[in-house]
Design a protein around this ligand. Sequence first.
Ligand code: FAD
Length: 461
Amino acid sequence: MVIGGGPGGYVAAIRASQLGAKVILIEKDLIGGTCLNRGCIPMKALLSDAGLLRSLKRSPVFGSLFPEGLDLLQSMTDRKAKVVQEMVKGIEILLESYRVTIQYGEADLLGGTRVGLVKREGGREAIETDVIILAPGSKSKSIPNIHPDGERIITSDEALELGKIPHDIVIIGGGYIGAEFATLFSTLGSKVTIIEILEDILPGIDSEMVRNFQRVLEKEGVKILTRSSVEDLRQADEGLKLTVRTSQGIEEMAAEKLLVAAGRTPRLDLDFQKAGVEVSPSGIRVSRRMETSAPKIYAVGDAIGGILLAYVASEGGVVAAENAMGIDRKMEDFPIPICVFTHPGIASVGLTEKEARAKGEIRLGRFPFRSNPKAQVCGETDGLIKVIASRESDEILGIHIIGPGASDLISVAAMIVGQRGKAKEFTRLLQAHPTLPEALKEAVLDAEGLAIHLPRPLRRK
Ligand code: FAD
């Protein structure tokens, strides 16, 4: 029995079925969960259209074809809805092909391995099962005294459905979700302000990448207020008035929309106590085999806290299903690649420069996309790749990318860092021409002081 049909739950269901289990998947809303319906997929569909628009507007050939004030958000939203619908249908067909029974309704724990189900079409049922995999996901974090009303004060759920470009939007939270919405609305022409309580936006990302990204956003008119918070919020005739405490003092501002993007928190509304499943405010407690404190009950995905990302949830789903079916599996501790689908995109794997310096002597390699032929032919030359290697062992410890193709390039980077690859070994591999991976090879070469397409004076260690 799997509770929750997001990327944690439905992947667990398929893997368990592949291993011979008879699986029931209970979902109270829509198959695909947050990721497919209100997260990754709708967000990236809108960002993909916005990216296209951005490239065309910046193009010396096509730029002049776009009049100011063009509002195509409704058409973008309609396209996004079609992508989502098609993908949800695809997952349902996939589950059917694996003979997974989907029950729509709300599940709860009744003790032992009994599950209560309140069916969507009415009626209740208690089901006895051999194993339960919990994957109930997460919800938007709330901020004291700021209550989303779905109209002027919104969460990411409503921000994906606006249909009309807001004149101005204030985003509370400069994490990856806030940064992606900032790119989206700024590209579409909104006046965007990010309010972030921490010292920097995009916590956890290498600070050189953050500085580069911040520079691009500010050049495009996005205002970024770090070490800042909303002190007071009032309704106005056409939107909201905000009093913001910034590092420079108090600032008053107006906004048509206020988007609360302060992160996500595990959804913990099942009766865990009844089943003896230990939870803390940061999530359901699990071992690296995804076992909870209760026998025969596993938990995966956003609900266990830690890194709240779809591919981490799915891998957890595979591990839980395999253990449930008698294969001994642990979550691996390979470094997790992180992508931010902004324009320019950011992607990161392994240690940041600050973390690597704390561990020992390092060598840095940098390669700017403006020196890469593929970036030049595409007219996408903003950004760079930075490689961090151990001075002692030559091992590549971290790779950080801002610029074109970042989220695809990071796959190769994750393999190098995950397999503790040495700089010298990677530089012997051929990369096709003209491609973006050539820039990755050059960045690794630069860590050795040997980049071919960097003039001597630009080399910095
Ligand atoms: P969910 O996807 O939340 O699924 C949980 C499911 O369980 C839901 O469908 C819910 O209805 C159901 N459920 C809950 N309780 C019950 C119950 N009692 N009975 C029955 N069903 C129940 N991640 C990425 O990797 N890449 C991205 O680019 C990315 N972008 C994002 C953008 C946004 C705007 C947001 C909000 C999130 C984004 N994420 C992204 C995060 C990603 O969506 C989540 O990490 C992922 O969906 C977690 O999967 P899950 O299966 O744990 O939970």
